[in-house]
Design a protein around this ligand. Sequence first.
Ligand SMILES: [Mg+2]
Length: 250
Amino acid sequence: MTKTKRIKAVIFDLDDTLIDWSGLQGTYRELFAPSYGNMRQFLVEQGYDMPSAEDWGRIAYECVVEEWTEKKKTYAGANFGDAIQAMLKRCGIDPEKVSLKEIMLAYGHTAAPGVEPYPDTHPVLSQLKTDGYKMGLITNAFHPMWMRDPELEKYDLIKYFDARITSGDTRFMKPHPAIYWRMLGLLNLMPEDCVFVGDRPAHDIQGAHNVGMIGVMMDPPHLNRGFEGTNPDFVINSLSELLPILENLN
Ligand SMILES: [Mg+2]
């Protein structure tokens, strides 16, 4: 008879937990500028009288910042669609007349240059799969999951996950308990069955603790974050360190 494990699932954050942003080339604003340019081009092709590329870039940036600032006040899950609607309104376009899905497709989200999984991401996830753990992914991204999935496919990570959610889809962001409960519902598990692994204590670890889940802080050398008032159950500097922790918990 096989022994029943105490921990049945590992739920991960994505950015800086499974993929390494330390090698990002350029700034975030530079990174997203071409995608916002694509959106403008799409709207021009739809016949809309659009602001100059420079003005549109500024409007897009401001609307994104406003969306995050506003939603973060209640951890209500910044939402890309809401930000796009604000951008359209600022340009005098009725958001009801444009397909959000088509604009998002035109945006053309891609993996960021210089960003890659850590060297031990695949070996560790593969081992967890072999050991029979369920795996979940919760990212505080304002994009819908379908926009981030091609990134996971590019990194060949998508195959490991039983469930994946973004805060944009869920309309709640970490550390709000609702986004954790959504994942638990998808995995059909309770908090005590799971371990959460993430790099941002105030979001990832606090959120895990808010629902009574074990929180493992991923603290790779390039981040060196403080604990931000939280008390992580474990701190690891690389994903490989997770395996003995799970073995001990079980
Ligand atoms: Mg992260």
